[in-house]
Design a protein around this ligand. Structure first.
Ligand code: ADP
Ligand code: MG
Length: 464
């Protein structure tokens, strides 16, 4: 059953009708960028010989659940003459006798050497999904393949989310307020012209300006300048999504500051910097007495990677005790952070387990497991060493920053209190300096402890 496919009012409509040679679309999550690009490719599918190629950085991103290919099915299965070529990762658009008129394909470019495959090829409709995942070299190489014999003027379309470190941030600078990092609304969709020579980009408001500046006189020469526009869109422009899945917006709103700024508000300037994850002013209270309504405790350890740090001192081992209360708040009740040799680390962990049990009752102990066989053996040895206690060892995945995000979101929402103790000041200092500070052991232990507390994997029965 064919349902009607149409762009949503606002940026998506603007994106589907821009005359620019190159349009960069988006700058926030959920704005309808990928969907908009797939719709855009339908413009010329009834032109004989037309071809469009969608690029993602890797193969998985095309075929993962809800990825590009799935979205293309959502959309193109409503197009009467569209036929999917599953194994081939393309759609054919056919005439009444099933002869191919045009194609839309999905490919990936992971490394620069993948570009060789495209040498000598001609792509009329060139699409990059998540442009910041590609290098500048990949973008401009493929732009040189943006040609056509089918009569449609070649064009390039790209979607992206903000990334202050990416080359794209520089490329679209004119459309962004450099003081705030947000797109300038009046400039959205405005066209500018550029010419790239010897890897240097020169911009102008009109192509004539570039003709003059570079003394371009022949027709071929005068075709050199390309027009570019940037169209800003955020989830607020995607009413279809907000209506169908209000949780999507709620998730974006619940993200920690840096991610929220980028993905919800489309900020192109924000980068992780000290104070962006944890600020001391976001702590609720320094409590003088332990609250009585703690329902779960976790003592999480970050172990020194080696006995000695670079300057010859033993590295730090951190153990952070976090409790979750029945009112939904969290309390950091104790933090150990000491330079210790390996044998002392084991002893300290055992003694702390005994003291925690006496003071707080059932405390789940979490230890990191290093990758590989040695890490596995060390973990098993710790579990035997701590027999009788509630203990788990976990392989850590993802970056320190991504692991810190869940705890940072709660911290920023003001849901953390600390129990008064001498450790408060060094702890807050390290938390505030993250991710820039040299030491991150207490942050890491807090991040993993919080993940454990919220994992929902375990029973935390208290013995009565
Ligand atoms: N014009 C539209 N009509 C119906 N649904 C749409 C439309 N545009 C976007 N959507 C819905 O919004 C969802 C999110 O859009 P998507 O393009 O994946 O966002 P983005 O790539 O910007 O993160 C899509 O899966 C689709 O269901
Ligand atoms: Mg997308």
């Amino acid at each position: 059953m064919a349902k009607e496919i149409s762009p949503q009012e606002g940026p998506q409509e603007q994106f589907l009708s821009t005359p620019a040679d190159i349009c960069i679309y988006g700058g926030a999550a959920g704005g309808g960028k990928t969907y908009g690009m797939l719709m855009d490719a339908l413009h010329y599918v009834n032109v004989k010989g037309f071809g469009a190629v969608f690029f993602r950085h890797n193969h998985n991103q095309i075929f993962s659940q809800g990825g590009l290919w799935d979205t293309s099915i959502e959309l193109y299965s409503n197009v009467p003459n569209a036929i999917p070529g599953f194994g081939l990762s393309h759609w054919r658009f056919t005439d009444s006798r099933n002869r191919t008129i045009s194609r839309v394909s999905f490919k990936h470019i992971e490394r620069d050497q993948d570009l060789r495959k495209w040498q000598g090829s001609q792509i009329c409709g060139l699409y990059f999904d998540e442009l910041t995942h590609f290098s500048e070299k990949q973008f401009f190489y493929m732009l040189s393949r943006n040609r056509s014999l089918c009569g449609v003027k070649p064009y390039m379309r790209a979607s992206c989310n903000p990334d202050a470190e990416s080359w794209v941030a520089k490329f679209i600078e004119w459309w962004i307020d450099l003081a705030t990092g947000y797109p300038i609304p009046e400039r959205s969709g405005k066209i500018r012209w550029f010419i790239r020579q010897d890897e240097v980009i020169t911009w102008a408001d009109t192509r004539e300006e570039l003709w003059e500046r570079f003394n371009l006189t022949t027709k071929t020469e005068r075709d050199k300048p390309k027009s570019v526009t940037f169209i800003a869109a955020s989830v607020y422009d995607n009413k279809a999504l907000i209506e169908r899945d209000p949780g999507y917006l709620a998730n974006l709103e619940a993200m920690p500051l840096v991610e929220r700024e980028r993905l919800l508000h489309g900020n192109w300037k924000i980068k992780p910097a000290a104070g962006l994850f944890f600020k001391r002013t976001q702590v609720g209270k320094i409590l003088d007495a332990l609250p009585t309504d703690v329902i779960r405790w976790v003592r999480c350890w970050d172990l020194a990677a080696s006995e000695k740090s670079e300057n010859g001192d033993p590295a730090y081992t951190a153990g952070v005790l976090i409790g979750k209360r029945s009112n939904g708040r969290y309390i950091v009740a104790d933090v150990i952070n000491r330079q210790m040799a390996a044998a002392d680390v084991r002893k300290t962990i055992l003694m702390t387990a005994q003291m925690d049990q006496t003071r707080y009752g059932n405390v789940r102990i979490r230890l990191p497991q290093d990758p590989g066989q040695a890490g596995k053996e060390q973990a098993q040895s710790y579990i035997r060493f701590l027999s009788g206690f509630n203990v788990t060892t976990e392989l850590e995945s993802g970056s320190k920053q991504s692991r810190a995000e869940p705890v940072a979101a709660q911290w920023q929402a003001g849901n953390f209190d600390l129990l008064n103790g001498e450790w408060n000041e060094p702890y807050l200092l390290q938390m505030e300096n993250f991710p820039e500070g040299k030491f991150k052991d207490m942050v890491d232990a807090s991040a993993n402890g919080f993940l454990e507390l919220e994992s929902g994997k375990y029973d935390f029965h208290f013995s009565v």
